[in-house]
Design a protein around this ligand. Structure first.
Ligand code: GLN
Ligand code: ZN
Length: 745
């Protein structure tokens, strides 16, 4: 019988029970005892569900009250020095994640190329020591429910240190953790653990190649010190790097991703590297919401079976990255609903695949294939789209020429001032939207309310004396969902929530068909705003790459094709705005960097595809139409060439916290187009001083020309309060005027 396993289960709960639980503890509505008791109920329910799904090995320790990496940091005593130790444990734990009155939180970082964020371990000469026996406790608890199917899961020492900050000596840091892992493993084995899953995803990235010697030393140490422990060396999100070296590690099994690292992992298996090893094969995508293609997966499994020592079937990664179940999505087209698989459905798929491999006939397996085929053939997937080859991917004039035309039309002062698009979404706005959604107020009343808010902010911007205005994005909850609701080919779910960080969950739209522009998306609000003022109002769109990266995308067509489809839709919207005399249009690409593949070898193709789609969206405009883009991150080193190739007339980026580094990548020679390096940090309610803003304008002007520089905050102002927003923008404008004067304007 082929065994089935899983790597992690969504903690959020079907109705986000987990989120509600944690937040009610934060609000002190429940006691610590209640928090622990209810968290335990959730954990046990998740275990039972997975056991009922037929898993032979069920992950334990993946559950967390905030983040699994923070769990380890606290267990290892890697606690930032600034946090006092006399607080009780759970409050200290939450304080590190969220900050408290005295101390700022630890930073969070994206978990590889996902939209999950972990809490960055901060090393500052602490001595690692075990402060609790968390994993053992959880394992003992789980055994009572699922017996020896329980499989402890822990992030491995090399990945843990590689993801940390403040590490002075990598090898020494890893070494200092080894006795701790040894103790954890020993206790687990004594308690009966048949396997221990050790997550080392750093070995699916290019960086992993730097740690081959470390891996050999670490896993030799474990083999010697805890020989009874059956460790699964688990990687995901890409293929195992340097498989010829790492496949020799003295571990019991290897967990490999045959979805996102299919080609290389398969090649490694075919070359015989795993012929005597146990392989946990990730064949069901843990990152997407689509039903598995059983025909090709069963073929893959058959061929793997012959080439490895023994085979266990599992998802490609933890199911943390997908929603819980499709059962609640009853409003969807039935063909679509049956073509989806969230966490629970994926567990079922794994079991069905194992049975099929074992020659057990199951009608549900055949039924699943029929549903999969029905989705592939559905008519929403076969729409004739505009002939892409006829669409311009190059502006008709080069930057210098069109810049002149734009300037003649717009007559902007030196160092033009603007904002990134959104203004505060006040309580009143959120309340009114909710009443409208619940049908308590009508469409007209809601539209009138939004218009009044637009007008109020146009006046505020005029009073502030900003040069390029925006309408404020009051009609949007989210910069992707808003477009998803209006473009054909997208749908939104009822309960398709996924954890983003802490208690924050997002509900990505699902791209299920060919994407098409079928109605104006932003014209009404933008044109209304422009009608109220003589100053230019900037149209505000989300770009094709960001829309794709923040949605659950189709996997049956190449990604590049999807980028292009959305690019075409955005092009159509830009045309409508242009025809309505909107002279400046911004196409946000907040998530372009995040989608960058983990492996260098795949990055160029991604960037080329991204640039192409952005240019499909933005190249068909007249010379006099000024295209802006915005990105909210500052690590541009690897992608600066592609950023330039976007050929946007103006780019605004987040830099207020990293001025020094970024300017280097944006020297005049390298970056010839218009550019606004955010002059203050919008992530904090603090109002900057004029001196700071002046300095943040003048510093980059040492390398960038004053003719190309724009002045703006570093991201949208949606999450800020009105009062601090206006105060900060007053400073921004005053500082700009001071610099203009110094420059003789
Ligand atoms: N235009 C968007 C806003 O201002 C951009 C948001 C973002 O970059 N994440 O809110
Ligand atoms: Zn931003």
């Amino acid at each position: 019988m082929t065994k089935v396993s899983s790597l992690g289960y969504p903690r959020l709960g079907e109705n986000r029970e987990w989120k509600k639980l944690i937040e009610s503890y934060w609000a002190r509505k429940i006691s610590q005892e209640d928090l622990f008791a209810e968290a335990k109920q959730l954990r046990l329910a998740f275990l039972k569900k997975q056991a009922d799904a037929g898993l032979d090995l069920i992950p334990v320790g993946d559950f967390s009250l905030y983040d699994q990496i923070l769990d380890l940091s606290v267990q290892f005593n890697i606690i930032p020095k600034r946090f006092a130790k006399d607080e009780n444990d759970i409050d200290l734990y939450f304080a590190i994640a969220r900050g408290n009155k005295e101390n700022v939180a630890s930073s969070m970082k994206k978990w590889f190329n996902t939209n999950y964020h972990y809490i960055l371990p901060e090393w500052s000469k602490q001595k690692p020591q075990l402060t609790n026996q968390r994993l053992l406790d959880l394992y003992v608890e789980a055994r009572e429910v699922v017996g020896d199917k329980a499989k402890p899961v822990i992030t491995g020492p090399i990945t843990y240190v590689a993801l940390s900050t403040g590490v002075e000596d990598f090898t020494a840091a890893v070494k200092s953790l080894l006795p701790l892992y040894r103790q954890i493993f020993t206790e687990l084995v004594e308690a009966g653990a048949s396997y221990i899953q050790v997550d080392e995803p750093i070995f699916a990235t290019d960086e992993g190649a730097d740690y081959l010697e470390a891996a050999k030393a670490v896993y030799a140490y474990f083999a010697k010190e805890v020989p009874q422990a059956n460790l699964i060396f688990q990687t995901y999100f890409e293929a195992l790097i340097n498989a010829e070296v790492l496949s020799d590690l003295p571990v019991a099994a290897f967990g490999l991703d045959f979805v996102h690292g299919l080609e290389d992992n398969l090649a490694a298996v075919e070359s015989g590297l795993f012929k005597d090893k146990e392989v946990f094969a990730g064949v069901v995508d843990g990152r997407n919401v689509w039903a598995n293609d059983f025909v090709s997966t069963s073929q893959l499994l058959t061929s793997l079976q012959d080439k490895v020592g023994s085979l266990v079937i599992q998802p490609s990664c933890s199911l943390l990255h997908v929603p819980v179940t499709t059962n609640n999505e009853t409003d969807l087209d039935p063909v679509l609903q049956k073509g989806l698989a969230f966490a629970d459905e994926k567990l079922l798929e794994i079991k069905l695949l194992a049975d099929e491999l074992d020659g057990i006939d199951n009608p549900v397996y055949q039924e699943h294939i029929a549903q999969y085929d029905a989705l592939q053939q559905a008519d929403f997937r076969n729409v004739a789209l505009e002939n892409i080859d006829e669409v311009a991917t190059r502006r008709s004039s080069d930057f210098a020429e069109r810049h002149q035309v734009q300037q003649d039309k717009l007559k902007l002062p030196l160092l033009p001032t603007t904002t990134i698009g959104s203004f505060p979404q006040s309580q009143e706005i959120r309340r009114t939207r909710l009443s409208w959604k619940r049908g308590n107020i009508g469409d007209q009343a809601y539209t009138d309310f939004i218009k009044a808010e637009i007008e109020r902010w146009i006046r505020i911007q005029e009073d502030l004396d900003l040069d390029v205005l925006v309408h404020g994005e009051f009609e949007r909850v989210d910069m992707v969902e808003f477009f998803g609701q209006k473009l054909a080919g997208f749908t939104t779910t009822k309960l398709g929530w996924v954890q983003s960080y802490g208690s924050r969950a997002v509900k990505p739209p699902i791209i299920y068909g060919d994407v098409q522009h079928i109605q104006p998306l932003t014209v009404e609000e933008t044109v209304y705003a422009q009608s109220l003022t003589d100053r230019p109002v900037k149209g505000m769109l989300t770009g094709p790459i960001t829309i794709t990266n923040w949605s659950f995308e189709r996997t049956d067509i190449p990604r590049a094709q999807l980028f292009n489809q959305i690019g075409l839709a955005i092009k159509d919207e830009i045309k409508l705005l242009e025809d309505a005399d909107i002279a400046i249009i911004q196409v946000d690409e907040a998530a372009l960097r995040e989608g960058l593949p983990l492996r260098k070898a795949k990055q160029k193709a991604y960037l080329d595809d991204a640039v192409h789609a952005f240019r499909i969206a933005t190249s068909s405009v007249k010379d006099e139409t000024q295209i802006h883009t915005h990105m909210c991150y500052s690590k541009f080193d690897e992608i600066i060439d592609s950023i330039r190739e976007l050929d946007a007339d103006v780019i605004s980026i987040e830099t207020s916290r990293s001025h020094g580094d970024i300017i280097e990548s944006f020297e005049t020679a390298v970056y010839p187009l218009g550019i606004g390096l955010g002059v203050y940090d919008i992530h904090s309610p603090r109002v900057p001083t004029k001196e700071e803003v002046v300095a943040n304008i003048e510093r980059p002007l040492r390398q960038l020309s004053k003719e190309q520089f724009w002045v703006n905050p570093d991201c949208g102002l949606k999450t800020r309060q009105e009062k601090e927003t206006v105060a900060a923008l007053e400073i921004l404008v005053a500082a700009t005027k001071e610099v203009r004067e110094k420059l003789g304007n």
